[in-house]
Design a protein around this ligand. Sequence first.
Ligand code: BG6
Ligand code: MG
Length: 238
Amino acid sequence: MSRRRGLTDSVRGFIFDVDGVIADTAVLHTAAWRRLAAEEGLPFDENLADQLRGVSRSESLRILLGDVKVSPERFEELAARKNSYYGECLSSLTEADVLPGVRSLMDALSSRGVRIAAVSVSRNARTVLIHTRMIDAFDIVIDGNDLPRFNPTLNRFQHAARLLRVEPGACVVVEDSATGVAAARAAGMRSVGIGDADRLCVATVAVDSLRDIDAARLLTWLSPNARHRPSAAFCSSR
Ligand code: BG6
Ligand code: MG
C-alpha cells in the first residue's frame, strides 16, 4: 500500500478544536440558535444544527435566515442576541465541563513531545478555555478574534502549524464538525473526528468520544499505512 503523500509516521503537532472537542459547548451554541430561531419564527432542526457546527457566527446566521432578507442593522442585532444567549450559558462553565478523555490524551501527547494547539472559529473560545481552566494547557491558542489578522490564503490550521513550527503532514486536527475535518484535509493534515461518524465521513479516524482513547493506539490508527482504523462506514475516500 502506498504512503499518503506528505504524511509522516511521526506526529509532532496536535490541533484541538474547542467547541464540541474540549468542552461540550457545541450544544450551548445549538441551544442559543434554537432560541433565536424560535423567537424569530425560523425553522430549526438537528440537521440544521449540524450544518452550523464549526461555522462562524455570521455565516451561521446567513444559513439560519435562508431566503429571509434583513437589513445590516437587524443582521447585527440578531447575531448579537444569539451571542448574548450563548454568553449566558458560558458563565456557568467550569473545569467539570471538559469532555472525558481530553486531559489524559493531551498529557500523553505532551509527554511524547507533541506540540499542542487550540484552534477555533469562535470569538468566545478563549473564554471557554479560561472557564474550564484549560487555557494554559496549550502551546498556542487561536480563536475567532485572531483570524482576521491572518493571511487569508491559509486556513486556521495552516496558521496553527506555522506557529507550532510543525509541518502540516506531521499535524493532526481533532474536530467535531464536517467543515473542520474538511479544513484539516485541505491543510494536508490528518484528522480525528469526534461524534457522529456519518457527519465526519472524511476524517482519518472517527470516534464517538475521546473517553478511553489511548494515545499510543490513536497514533497507530493515524499512521499513513495503518491496516485498521475506526472510521465512518460507507466512506470511500479519506
Ligand atoms: C464554532 C461553533 O466553534 O464557533 C459554531 O462550532 C459557532 O457553532 C462558531 O457558530 C462561532 O462562534 P462565536 O462564539 O464566535 O459566535
Ligand atoms: Mg467544534
